[in-house]
Design a protein around this ligand. Structure first.
Ligand code: ATP
Ligand code: MG
Length: 457
């Protein structure tokens, strides 16, 4: 956060200040979780469906917050506004305009936004102070929240931008106009809300529509719905992927499915050996590399930083090898059809070097709309086609996965269905043997990470 007075904040958000001196200084971020409130910061109270942030204003003030931004009157120093989201957006838009030298890079796509922004942050940190979202902060709350983490020292601001509908990304780009926009892919995440992939592409493309003529659109050459976004931007276009300006050759996966490859840009090349697992990380790495090269990081440094980059966000292809040799892959952060396939590939790769069974412990994929039953059955068939040894489908909506696998001719593996995470834990505790590899994955709402965490305890 930049240094502002409480009076200025009230003006910017169009709110009414009460109970505090307008000359008080604000110099720490805006928090909407009272447990994170800090001296010098602000607390934003949301009405919330289950918990009302207004009940925590006292806690936040006790923790040192200068004032609370509220939508109904409270005791203590506060700024009363009519809409908390609008207040946050207005403040973020104001702050970023007061920091004209901050270079904003937006990242969007159906899968891999968080993975890519974590890589990109680790590249740009080599060039200067970089702010990037915590976890997967990417919506109308998390995006402006991240903007407000910027300070006068910030040089690069990496933003994850998500959309559940048309206009969502445009809204975010109006808060913080990007100079570089990265579009990773158009998949079927949130197909339920959008209705079609074309509609998803339309929404994701709003990121590159927002770029200025001296900006750069970084587009996936291997995804036709992304490549055609070149016609929707005033910015220069740089592509990544097999036929892209920034590409990877000689891609190999080591015994933990970590990619090694030759990174190419123009005539130059450099070797990369990633610490992250999964072949899909190659595309994410290329996208991050393209953005960092545009910011002026030399190719050898890009390759070195990609090789050093550590996982920053939890439960994404997080691999733990137990003392008894069981490998647990915790990819339970979230799931959609594309990321399920990517994770199954990782499981098969890691299993191929080991003597034990491969286990796919899979829960439902949310938000797929009408295509949901067909997608779950297709996933089951993919499990069987991959030659995975044991499938454990968890939860009611996952019955289709088990059905799809069991119905696949010629599969030598075994499909089981269990009602919940606890039943999965019981089954796995009993049957997983040294040398086995276990993948755990489902949509976020299912909380299947419990299974993975239990297995590595
Ligand atoms: N380029 C990619 N293609 C396919 N799957 C990917 C790709 N990158 C990451 N994944 C997989 O997708 C899942 C989500 O990854 P990540 O959190 O990076 O995506 P996201 O776009 O930020 O998702 P969300 O919409 O939940 O914020 C992980 O399980 C990961 O293994
Ligand atoms: Mg994310």
């Amino acid at each position: 956060m930049i240094d502002m007075t409480l009076g200025e904040v009230a003006d910017v958000v169009g709110g009414r200040l009460s109970g505090a001196d307008p000359r008080l200084r604000v110099d720490a971020p805006v928090e909407f979780d009272s447990r994170k409130a800090r001296p010098g910061g602000l607390f934003l109270a949301f009405p919330g469906e289950h918990v009302d942030g207004h009940s925590y204003v006292g806690d936040a003030l006790a923790a040192g917050a200068v004032a609370a931004i509220v939508t109904r009157p409270v005791d203590g120093p506060s700024i009363l506004v009519s809409d908390g989201h609008a207040a946050l957006a207005a403040l973020a838009a104001h702050v970023i305009r007061r920091l004209p030298d901050v270079f904003v890079v937006g990242v969007t796509g159906s899968s891999g936004k968080t993975s890519t922004k974590d890589l990109l942050a680790q590249l740009l940190e080599r060039l200067g102070p970089t702010v990037a979202p915590p976890e997967s902060f990417n919506n109308e709350l998390g995006h402006p929240y991240t903007v407000l983490l910027s300070t006068v020292d910030t040089k690069y601001l990496v933003l994850e931008t998500s959309a559940r509908g048309t206009g969502h990304i445009r809204y975010l780009t109006e808060i913080a106009p990007p100079r570089i926009g990265v579009v990773l892919n158009v998949g079927s995440a949130h197909l339920g809300e959008f209705g079609s992939r074309a509609a998803i592409a339309q929404a994701k493309g709003e990121l590159v529509e927002a770029l200025p003529a001296d900006g750069v659109a970084i587009l996936n050459a291997d995804d036709p719905l992304v490549a055609t976004m070149a016609s929707r931007t005033a910015a220069r276009v740089v592509t990544f992927g097999a036929a892209g300006d920034v590409s990877a050759s000689d891609v190999r996966l080591d015994e933990l499915s970590r990619p090694r490859f030759t990174l190419r840009a123009g005539d130059a090349s450099a070797q990369v050996a990633m610490r992250l697992s999964g072949e899909h990380q190659v595309a994410n790495a290329l996208a991050a590399a393209a953005a960092a090269l545009e910011c002026g990081l030399p190719l050898p440094e890009v390759a070195d930083a990609l090789s050093q980059a550590a996982p920053r966000s939890k439960w994404r292809m997080e691999i733990t090898e137990r003392p008894d040799g069981v490998v647990v892959i915790n990819d339970a952060y979230n799931a959609n059809p594309e990321s399920m396939r990517a994770a199954l590939d990782g499981l098969v790769r890691i299993g191929s070097d080991r003597r034990g069974n491969t286990w796919a412990v899979l829960g439902p994929m949310a938000e797929l709309g009408d295509s949901s039953p067909a997608e779950h059955e297709a996933l089951g068939r993919a499990v069987a086609d991959s030659g995975i040894d044991r499938l454990v489908a968890v939860g009611d909506e996952s019955r289709g996965i088990a059905r799809g696998a069991a119905g696949q001719d010629g599969w030598a593996g075994e499909a089981e269905w269990v009602p919940d995470a606890e039943a999965a834990i019981t089954l796995l505790r009993k049957e997983v043997q040294p040398g086995d590899v276990v993948l755990v994955k489902a949509s976020r709402a299912v909380g299947l990470e419990r299974v993975a965490l239990e297995l590595v305890r």
